[in-house]
Design a protein around this ligand. Structure first.
Ligand code: NAD
Length: 244
């Protein structure tokens, strides 16, 4: 994978940062995309310290002009895009009877439309290159449902449909498209979950522990590697046995 170029959305922290670090350790050049310039640049600096080239781009993946800029800047800096990791995601939880239009729209816009926009730009380039690896980050709740997450679970389930369709559309162009569906992973996103709910969740994980970002990063790096060349259209569940 040495010398390949990857774009990791939501790469500034949490799971995305772990993915970016794991790719950098394989000598992949990484474009880190995040909402905040400062934290995104800080992560890119940490990656450069590992000895690989890395740039930071502050962008909103739900905005098509921003997404175009991500890809234009990547081509200008590195000349190609081999790997796209659609990891940027947000939650805005509420029971559906209290869920505001804006909460529904924003989660769908970032999680689903953002993935669509980045896939569209990446695939245009990857078709020309006759090579590409796309990994979309879904979620266990897209498959199990979760109280208070109608918007989020719908966006993550939809990512599975998007992944399978793109896998079919471009399988004969050297492009694989897969998704990883994490279970409960300890990050800033899950920090706000109340302790009593966390204890209850832990009881439903056969392995008896929450995941760490590296548990997801290792699987993503495998799917992005040449060893995974015959895998496409798959949803890989990484959850300690919480959902089978
Ligand atoms: P996080 O909140 O720690 O990080 C989210 C990242 O996305 C940040 O870098 C943020 O800057 C970026 N981001 C948010 N909105 C953006 C936008 N509009 N444009 C560009 N970047 C944006 O979250 P995390 O826990 O690391 O989750 C990463 C992904 O994994 C998400 O898609 C999340 O839904 C998914 N996931 C997480 C868990 C978990 O337990 N943590 C479980 C299943 C799935």
């Amino acid at each position: 994978m040495k010398g390949q170029v990857a774009i990791v959305t939501g790469g500034s922290r949490g799971i995305g940062k772990a993915i970016a670090m794991a790719l950098a350790k394989k000598s992949v050049k990484v474009v880190v995309v995040g909402t905040k310039q400062e934290t995104t640049s800080q992560t890119a600096k940490e990656l450069s310290n590992l000895g690989t080239d890395s740039i930071a781009i502050a962008a909103d993946v739900s905005n098509s002009a921003d997404v175009k800029n991500i890809f234009d800047s990547t081509i200008k800096e590195f000349g190609k895009v081999d790997i796209l990791i659609n990891n940027a995601g947000i939650t805005k939880d509420a029971l559906i009877i209290r869920m505001k239009d804006e909460e529904w729209d924003r989660v769908i816009d970032v999680n689903l439309k953002g993935t669509f926009l980045c896939c569209r730009e990446a695939i245009k380039l990857m078709i020309k290159q006759k090579y590409g690896r796309i990994i979309n980050i879904s979620s266990i709740v897209g498959f199990m449902g979760n109280i208070g997450q109608a918007n989020y679970s719908a966006s993550k389930a939809a990512i599975a449909g998007l992944t399978k369709t793109l896998a079919k559309e471009y399988a004969n162009r050297g492009i694989t498209v897969n998704a990883v569906a994490p279970g409960f992973i300890t990050t800033d996103m899950t920090e706000t979950i109340p302790e009593n709910i966390k204890t209850e969740m832990l009881r439903s994980i056969p392995m008896g522990r929450f995941g760490v970002p590296e548990d997801i990063a290792n699987v993503v790096v495998f799917l992005a590697s040449p060893e995974a060349s015959y895998i496409t259209g798959q949803i890989l569940h990484v959850n300690g046995g919480m959902y089978m």
